[in-house]
Design a protein around this ligand. Structure first.
Ligand SMILES: [Zn+2]
Length: 47
């Protein structure tokens, strides 16, 4: 899975970059919020 370096903002497949731990570019928290938003819109559309 692709990761992102928070230091130089570049994408990498390594666990570390610039002597720092890389992070997932799409954290699960973000997708959960997105899902909530879409759920709201879906409800609105039904009404
Ligand atoms: Zn880096």
């Amino acid at each position: 899975m692709i990761k992102r370096c928070t230091e130089c903002k570049s994408y990498t497949l390594k666990d570390e970059h610039c002597s720092k731990k890389t992070v997932s570019p799409h954290p699960p928290k973000f997708s959960l919020e997105k899902e909530k938003k879409y759920g709201k819109y879906r409800r609105k559309g039904k009404l």
